[in-house]
Ligand binder design. Structure first.
Ligand code: MG
Ligand code: MG
Length: 256
């Protein structure tokens, strides 16, 4: 069942969304050559504590991993797609791209967003990968309108990414969000006609999160049970926003 949120609930989600925005903005500026992904984690923990927010990811149980996630951030570098773990030994270097994904709950409502940041000068391909992934999310956000259907979002990401020569990760998808981090519906970055295609209604909130590989689409999970990487070792990018369906069009809760 897709949970419809009231205006009051959307205002609460806005608060958690803006906290996530502020954290990612700070971390994005902090992510430079020589900084470790653990440094980012430490800064995020502090910002969440200062805001009185609960981390959404830390303690989250994932059956496939068979354990709870231990960190407030997912930091996924280069060929890592999602669910990379902050690590003091993972020092960012020139030419790297790092996806920083985080979520919080404030007053019982969740926010979830991700950015991918380039470290120093990037290759032309990496620059294009970030631009295309970011733009596919923007185009999808514009489809978050009453009367459209879920596949309008999914198909928009897929079409733009494929047209630009990159590939869509199929193993991981976006999601509804509210009082739970992951709610219905699933929001794949591709159209699969076997899935349901609900009409978008005022008060739905979707976390749209294109995960795009520069090479082949296939993913695999490392022995650490969490880190998903591109099987062919190609770079992978990830951007995410929470978007509410309103009478006035899309409301991106995770940015000003
Ligand atoms: Mg998400
Ligand atoms: Mg996320």
């Amino acid at each position: 069942m897709i949970v419809i949120k009231t205006r009051t609930e959307l205002e609460k989600m806005r608060r958690s969304g803006m906290l996530v925005h502020n954290i990612l903005k700070a971390l994005g500026e902090m992510a430079v050559e020589g900084v470790s992904t653990w440094d980012l984690e430490v800064a995020a923990v502090k910002m969440m504590q200062d805001a009185g927010a609960k981390p959404a990811f830390k303690g989250y149980y994932v059956p496939a991993a068979g354990e709870r996630f231990k960190y407030v951030l997912c930091t996924s570098v280069n060929d890592e797609i999602v669910h990379g773990m902050p690590n003091p030994k993972r020092i960012l270097k020139k030419g790297d791209i790092v996806s920083i994904d985080t979520g919080v709950s404030l007053d019982g409502y969740f926010g979830d967003s991700a950015i991918t940041v380039g470290i120093g000068e990037l290759s032309e391909q990496a620059k294009k990968l970030l631009a295309v992934t970011r733009e596919s999310l923007e185009l999808a956000i514009d489809k978050v309108r009453e009367g459209n259907r879920l596949f309008d979002i999914c198909g928009t990401v897929e079409e733009y990414v494929v047209k630009n020569g990159f590939s869509i990760v199929r193993e991981y998808v976006g999601h509804g969000i509210g009082t739970q981090l992951h709610e219905e519906p699933q929001v794949p970055n591709y159209v699969d006609k076997r899935n349901e295609n609900p009409r978008l209604r005022e008060g739905m909130v979707l976390a749209i999160e294109p995960m795009v590989n520069a090479g082949r689409p296939e993913a695999k999970v490392l022995k650490d049970k969490w880190t998903a990487v591109a099987k062919d070792g190609s770079y992978s990018a990830h951007f995410e926003h929470c978007v509410a369906v309103t009478k006035n069009g899309p409301w991106v809760l995770t940015r000003p």
